[in-house]
Design a protein around this ligand. Structure first.
Ligand code: P6P
Length: 343
């Protein structure tokens, strides 16, 4: 007679915790959950796997380089940008979980075709952040942010659904396509990181409950813009890279893709800054699908994120592609930077 063998709770099992399991555990803890959020997240996960697969073969599949078009930001659209954008739109639009989408690559709000159900969520994303790094095989990423709709259910979503503060985000995350591919997300209470195993085709929990150090030792900013900055920003950079009585000289690290620079900042501490300059009065980075979701994650990990005056999550958006200055990272380092930048 065979005896039933208890293998113990799955979270202690040798296979680890998949992202799928993590989402279902989260859903079970919320009695009011309908499965909509989990369904949307599974579509985002599928898109991340498809994009990751294509990025890893970009050099071979002849889609490096430019499409010859420019996006709403006036930036050259790389073939992979376009592929990533289309992948997310087509993976999500038919799922019935969102009523409208916003993308860095698309000037207008992306409506859900009338043949599909209009869902209760709003998805905004930068499909391939740091695309300038594609051709040199440096890390790039996808950033996403999920809100609840604010317009009445059952009809198509509108721009009003997109122009919501970061403080009202339901969930945000990023995928980093690097030496390994990771998906990092939060619903506001904690930040968890999942590493992709291409042999299995699953994301596995590898960085549970990420907390950013109170203070780091790295600053991340494009010093090539030094002479375009305000005097306050210049003084902060001069200060942070010099040893002083209560701090070491910080080291400079700058990858040129916000996702990669912020992933390092989240894990190691320190600060990432894209300040205003004489050419970009409101900085370069976009609020709704870059700064807000990253600020949501960093605050959930115990960090801080400011536009130089106010918390990024409290900014009330007025335009889909509006930009904002960004000072984000360890709370002590952000407070130090704001002391200089506000002068
Ligand atoms: P710069 C990439 O183009 C991006 O939008 C962010 O990912 C990155 O942090 C920033 O711009 C880099 O800008 O002017 O330093 O090349």
């Amino acid at each position: 007679m065979t005896h039933a063998v208890s293998i113990g709770p799955l979270h202690e099992s040798p296979i680890g915790t998949t992202l799928e399991r993590h989402l279902l555990d989260r859903q079970r803890q919320m009695p009011e959950a309908t499965g909509d959020f989990t369904g949307l997240f599974q579509q985002i996960m599928l898109a991340a796997k498809i994009i990751g697969s294509r990025v890893s073969k970009a050099g071979l599949s002849g889609i490096l380089g430019r499409t010859g078009t420019t996006n709403v930001q006036g930036e050259q659209v790389m073939k992979l940008d376009d592929f990533a954008n289309r992948t997310i739109v087509q993976t999500v639009e038919a799922g019935g979980h969102v009523c409208i989408m916003g993308s860095e690559e698309v000037e207008e709000p992306i409506k859900i075709p009338s043949q599909y159900p209009q869902g209760k969520y709003v998805l905004q994303f930068d499909p391939l952040d740091g695309s300038g790094n594609i051709d040199i095989n440096a890390s790039i990423g996808t950033i996403f942010s999920i809100h609840r709709r604010v317009t009445p259910e059952g009809q198509q979503g509108t721009l009003e659904d997109l122009l919501q503060k970061g403080r009202d985000i339901v969930a945000a995350g990023y995928v980093i396509y690097g030496s390994s591919n990771m998906l990092v997300y939060s619903t506001g209470d904690q930040v968890d990181g999942f590493t992709y195993d291409p042999g299995v085709g699953e994301f596995f929990l590898s960085h549970p409950k990420i907390r950013i150090p109170e203070r780091g030792g790295i600053y991340s900013i494009n010093e090539g813009n030094y002479h375009n900055w305000s005097e306050g920003t210049q003084k902060w950079v001069d200060w942070i890279k010099a040893p002083s009585e209560n701090k070491q000289a910080y080291r400079l690290r700058y990858i040129g893709a916000m996702v990669a620079d912020l992933h390092r900042t989240l894990l190691r501490g320190g600060i990432f800054v894209y300040p205003p300059d004489v050419k970009n009065k409101r900085g370069k980075l976009r609020l709704l699908y870059e700064a807000s979701p990253m600020a949501f994650l960093v605050e959930a990990a115990g960090g801080a994120a400011s536009d130089g005056k106010n918390a990024i999550l409290d900014i009330v958006p007025t335009e889909l592609h509006q930009r904002t200055p960004v000072f984000i990272g360890s709370p002590v380092d952000v407070a130090d930077a704001l002391r200089f930048a506000q002068h």
